[in-house]
Design a protein around this ligand. Structure first.
Ligand code: IPE
Ligand code: IPE
Ligand code: MG
Length: 231
């Protein structure tokens, strides 16, 4: 029996609440980011097992880059760890990774690891884990506009979408945000035009596979009309 009658092809995940989760335990924020990374790894395996094709995880926003350097260093250390070891486990399952965002302000070795993570990915992957790193929808859109201006041609919606970082990836069907805030915080604004949105107060480290399935159940109940009349 299938677990879900209707499954999103692409899920976007705003992984918020790591800092508060740690603070509640009287631990440093980095402890929360570590726990969040473990949750993300479990969710990626779960999503791919269910047959979801793309999971885009909001890992670092353009705005997050102004956080204190020690917090950023902790996050970069987590990226190093993931891209040195865990990424190979994904490959073994025939899964790929992709990076969206401008990684040029990151430490050189992290940039290299991220690029190797992408280039080492299998070409015909059944599942892609998309990391949004130093990602901001506004800068993504402005970048795409500038590319169009350079080409000197008018764009259609489909070739504009192809110029975004997510070119070739279908729009997210479902966007989940943990941590209680009800906003998108510069995540996939263009692509989210018709996404189903799911918000939960659960702090990201506690957002395990059961919570993820609750979001999928809610998605199953949604009637996606795309402007048409209910059948
Ligand atoms: C989200 O958790 C992860 C990143 C932004 C890197 P936060 O760090 O924003 O956690 P809270 O919102 O302070 O709890
Ligand atoms: C959004 O979380 C970014 C990520 C989850 C990576 P924030 O915690 O930075 O969002 P705001 O600033 O509260 O909207
Ligand atoms: Mg936050």
């Amino acid at each position: 029996m299938k677990a879900f009658d209707k499954l999103p092809v692409h899920v976007g995940l705003i992984m918020d609440g790591n800092g508060r989760w740690a603070q509640k335990k009287h631990m440093p924020r980095s402890f929360g980011h570590n726990a969040g990374m473990n949750t993300m790894i479990k969710l990626a395996a779960h999503a791919s097992g269910l047959g979801i094709k793309y999971l885009t995880v909001y890992t670092l926003s353009t705005e997050n880059l102004s956080r204190p350097q020690d917090e950023l260093d902790g996050l970069f250390a987590l990226f190093r760890g993931y891209f040195k070891t865990n990424v190979k486990k994904l490959y073994k399952k025939g899964a790929a990774v992709k990076i969206i965002g401008d990684i040029s302000p990151l430490p050189d070795d992290v940039q290299t690891l991220l690029k190797e993570g992408e280039s080492g990915s299998p070409a015909d992957a059944e599942f892609t884990l998309v990391f949004a790193i130093n990602y901001g929808a506004r800068s993504e859109i402005v970048r795409a506009v500038n590319l169009a201006v350079e080409r000197g041609e008018k764009v259609t919606e489909s070739d504009f979408a192809a110029t975004l970082y997510t070119g070739g990836i279908p729009d997210p069907d479902l966007i989940i945000r943990t941590g209680g805030e009800v906003r998108l915080s510069n995540f996939l604004t263009y692509q989210a035009a018709y996404s189903e949105l799911y918000f939960t107060d659960v702090l990201f480290p506690d957002f395990g596979t059961r919570e993820f399935d609750k979001a999928l159940k809610e998605y199953e109940r949604r009637d996606r009309r795309f402007g048409k009349i209910k059948k």
